[in-house]
Design a protein around this ligand. Sequence first.
Ligand SMILES: C[S@@+](CC[C@H](N)C(=O)[O-])C[C@H]1O[C@@H](n2cnc3c(N)ncnc32)[C@H](O)[C@@H]1O
Length: 351
Amino acid sequence: MGKVSAAMIKKKMERVHKRMPFVPEESPTIRQPRSMKDRQQLWLLAGLKHLKAPIVIATLVNLVFAVPGLSWEPLDHLETFAGQMEATKAEWSEGRNAIPLDVTYNPSTMDFTSPVGFANALYHAMRLKPGASATTAPVCSTFVFMSKGSTLRSKTNPLGRPDSEACKIGNLLAARAIVLCLVCAAKGVFWCLEQPGTSCMEYHPVFQALVRIVRVHRLRMKMGDFGAPSPKSTLLYSSHQCIDDILWHTTGPAQRGSPVQMVKHYVDSKGKPRVCGGRDLKQSQAYPAGFASALSRVRTAHLKKNHRTAVKFLRAARKTPNSFDMRPRVNSLWSKHADLDSAIKFLSLGK
Ligand SMILES: C[S@@+](CC[C@H](N)C(=O)[O-])C[C@H]1O[C@@H](n2cnc3c(N)ncnc32)[C@H](O)[C@@H]1O
């Protein structure tokens, strides 16, 4: 695996910033053969139809296809909520074409809570190659056990406190990340959604709606096995069973340094024992390079097979009669939680 230098990251990121078509000011116009867009549209809509996806998702992607001047050049990998972009760097070093998105790189084009940021993420997910790959790590801070006391989230109350702004943002980001997973599934993309081991995101109504449409594999592993300084139990949700192969590429724990503090135990003023996040919790959200490289190696090993399976799926999908899910209850669930109305309004009216 080749090393990704700082200069290479800088150059690649300059290109990524140029390729955010939904910039608030203007959109770049790119010349390309029309057939490329037609092929992407044919595949994606056939896949969504075959999965019996809600019609509102098909409407949304069609609005992106209707935007003139977008490049539909196929993409190998998309990393959303990318942070330190380790998964992207590992893909780049395998020689693949990858895009990382995170609000910290550009708040005006990459904030998923905004229609612009969501449209950009959707557009890149839509141009992934059949059988390509995607990694997402939606913000987990309000979904984990540690914040349960303030969020009141649980298996039976996965959306948490309705008056909490942090819960509302967490819910929206999770729902939008899951919309991207569904779009990926429609092209046979090998997607992986990562959450800490105590997260209750899988009980979010949109996550449950996704599970009713596509098969989702769940793997519990430890980041400590891939070089993280603490064990950090982690859940990986994926479209592909081969995600399990990541366990063949463990690297072992990091070199022992000073002890890490993920959790702090204390007794409050009323004498009640409490826990809260320790000083090293925030840093632990970044993937250790060993994990990103293991993920990338699994993708490389299964690349040909996943591409063949995706093509077979899309061939069958093209023959499926129109079978989008038209039920109002299902469509309004996706629309409400992922705020698709604001994205549809932005894509149709430009505001
Ligand atoms: C759980 S961390 C993922 C960390 C990442 N896996 C890494 O290796 O660094 C969530 C990421 O979501 C980003 N984020 C938070 N709010 C966001 C938003 N509204 N839109 C896009 N990204 C956001 C944060 O900047 C953070 O990097």
